[in-house]
Design a protein around this ligand. Structure first.
Ligand SMILES: [Zn+2]
Length: 248
């Protein structure tokens, strides 16, 4: 008995390494902004099983791969690059770096993250850990409930929202070995582009994107771990993803 008690004490150390788990995911529904800006949602869910009728509840759903909080696989923009199912699992659990661009975006909705923004983050928090997922926190998810405001299409027929500059993406991938870039807008490229330079560059490097991310305000800029869990769609160019931040 005394031995058992002693053993019990030994397994008592704190089991949970994390103080909080923050959900960086919007609900997947038919009310989210869509890429084309159409009134009809690209997402539908239809009831199959009904509890009263069948004794169980179930649905069938359909969605675009790039809708709601989702992952862009490198195959989205590069032939022969990884599809969703081919991204190694070890690329999906990584240190999470959050670069706060809200001040810059306040004055310029077309703002693209600069290398100087990254340098400022490193001045405050140290060198970005190698192999991290780096997210731009622009504050744009405050607009999530309005497709018009979230897409922010202007008279030039282009959408206007912030993103990463190609220089910043190159710095993060080439010099900090980032495995993924994330943002709380619809695209890691700024809205007003027709050439998607960040997508083209990162896809060739087998770097994935996380788009329409939520709740970045709740995560510290450094020290968290991200868990990226896309639906493992075989051959997928992208997929809805559950994204969690584990905060120490
Ligand atoms: Zn996408």
């Amino acid at each position: 008995m005394p031995l058992l008690l002693a053993q019990h004490k030994l397994v008592m150390p704190e089991q949970n390494e994390f103080r909080a788990v923050i959900d960086l995911t919007h609900n997947l529904n038919d009310r989210s902004p869509n890429w084309e800006g159409t009134e009809d949602s690209p997402y539908q869910a239809k009831e199959l099983g009904n509890l009263e009728r069948d004794g169980y509840y179930s649905r069938v759903f359909a969605t675009q791969e790039h809708y709601g909080t989702h992952l862009d696989a490198p195959a989205h923009f590069a032939a022969g690059a990884w599809t969703v199912d081919q991204i190694p699992a070890e690329h999906l659990v990584r240190p999470l770096v959050i670069v706060d661009m809200r001040q810059q975006v306040k004055h310029d909705p077309d703002y693209a993250m600069t290398v100087e923004d990254i340098a400022a983050w490193e001045d405050a928090h140290g060198v970005i850990p190698s192999g991290a997922v780096v997210m731009a926190y622009t504050g744009w998810d405050e607009r999530w409930n309005s497709q018009k405001s979230f897409r922010n299409e202007q008279a030039d027929h282009l959408t206007h929202y912030p993103g990463f500059s190609l220089a910043a993406a190159k710095f993060l991938v080439n010099l900090r070995q980032a495995v993924g870039l994330g943002i709380d807008t619809m695209s890691v490229d700024v809205g007003a582009t027709e050439t998607y330079p960040v997508h083209v560059f990162t896809s060739r490097e087998n770097v994935y994107h996380l788009e329409n991310v939520a709740n970045l305000a709740l995560v510290p800029p450094a020290g968290a771990t991200v868990v990226v869990a896309p639906t493992k769609l075989e051959g997928g160019s992208g997929a809805p993803a559950r994204i969690l931040a584990l905060v120490k």
